[in-house]
Design a protein around this ligand. Structure first.
Ligand code: NAD
Length: 355
């Protein structure tokens, strides 16, 4: 067995339908008496429930949640937290709301109770990102890790099917790469395998019946487990390709994950057989690349980079950029191999079984 180091992050998780109701108790547990509630417009109804549950412990609300945490918004929220003499933050929403709470915590040290309503997984990590002049500055700091997370599947039923499927495939990608990327270890693989199982079981059902609470529970469970594994390890070729395609060609982040993942798995298949056996077992299929491709199709997602607006004449440049910044990856990352992977993803063909 290979040597490894594993570090678990100290997070309290309260999971289940109706867990939002424990938000008052959970803030009390942290000794908070002046809570700043961070929730965007979409989350107003749930935020009202939180406000009522907090009662006199609610010091104020901040609603200007924007994608990718613009610095100006973070600074305003920090000033509001100081003015209100807040002693804790409750965030409710997707990665953007969690990200804003993290930006405030980074500056103030305030503890966060996070209530995620998408499958982004940001709530489980010490990673923060703040955008200024279109550049996203990211970093890691233990202060931004939420103290408590409330996962309530009932809050996710309003997430539209397309967004649910794409966000869920993004979570699946975190689990798949955790089995072979830097930092892989038996515990991460076990967590990733259960995450893959839950996501694959729940995603097609959630798309067909968005208010199926059991299916929503499976996918949210998978999202939590995906957040757990991205919090404690590195990334491989798949994530690097998605960063390049999103950053340089403006492709939609979560959908890009859904399109690229089957081809990244096919790319690595011969070089990481033990890791991809974990993925195959979790999917209940002996060809994980094909099974992931089919899952994307069954979840109604686009299957090709062409459909996402990728220009075909950008594929050479994309391959060069990926190779120039290649992370450690089971199969060596060479330009011809990446270009072939991108060609398959561009056309959206079902991956062929690797020898
Ligand atoms: P998001 O928070 O911007 O949400 C996407 C949209 O869905 C928004 O319009 C939001 O209002 C809406 N929405 C959220 N929950 C809903 C619900 N239950 N019902 C209906 N609509 C709902 O996007 P996201 O995908 O959750 O997060 C993406 C962001 O998170 C990015 O900025 C990404 O960089 C960041 N992120 C950070 C980390 C990290 O570790 N720091 C990890 C993953 C993602």
């Amino acid at each position: 067995m290979k040597s490894f180091i594993h570090e678990a992050l100290p997070v309290r998780v309260v999971f289940g339908v109706g867990s939002l109701a424990s938000v008052g108790e959970e803030t009390e547990r942290l000794g908070a008496s002046r809570v700043l509630l961070i929730a965007g417009g979409h989350e107003k109804a749930s935020a009202d429930v939180v406000a009522a549950a907090l009662g006199p412990r609610l010091a104020g609300r901040f609603e200007d949640v924007q994608p990718h945490v613009p610095l100006a918004v973070a600074e305003t929220a920090r000033a509001v937290a100081r003015e209100l003499r807040a002693d804790a933050l409750v965030s409710i929403g997707g990665g953007s709301a969690t990200g804003l709470a993290k930006a405030v915590a980074l500056d103030t040290g305030l503890p966060i109770v996070a209530v995620p309503t998408t499958y982004a997984g940001s709530e489980m990590t010490t990673v923060y990102g703040i955008t200024s002049d279109t550049k996203k500055q990211t970093g890691r700091d233990p202060r931004v890790l939420p103290k408590t997370i409330l996962y309530d599947p009932a809050l996710t039923v309003t997430l539209p099917p397309g967004l649910s499927a794409a966000s869920g495939m993004n979570a699946l990608a975190h689990c798949v790469e955790a089995t072979y990327a830097e930092g892989a270890n038996p515990l991460r693989s076990a967590i990733a395998g259960e995450g893959i199982r839950a996501l694959a079981a729940g995603l097609p059902l959630v798309v067909q019946a968005p208010d199926d609470l059991d299916a929503r529970g499976e996918v949210l469970l998978g999202a939590w487990l995906a957040g757990t594994v991205i919090a404690s390890g590195g990334i491989g070729i798949h994530h690097k390709i998605c960063h390049v395609l999103g950053g340089t060609f403006g492709l939609a982040h979560a959908e890009t994950h859904a399109v690229v993942l089957p081809h990244a798995v096919a790319f690595n298949a011969g070089a990481a057989p033990a890791a991809l056996a974990v993925v195959a077992r979790a999917l209940g299929h002996d060809d994980p690349a094909a099974a992931i491709f089919d899952l994307g199709q069954d979840s109604g997602l686009p299957s090709s980079l062409a459909a996402l607006g990728m220009p075909e004449d950008g594929l050479d440049e994309a391959a060069r950029l990926v190779v120039a910044a290649a992370p450690p990856n089971p199969r060596p990352v060479d330009e011809a191999g990446v270009r072939a992977l991108l060609a398959d993803a561009f056309s959206g063909r079902r991956p062929r079984r690797q020898a």
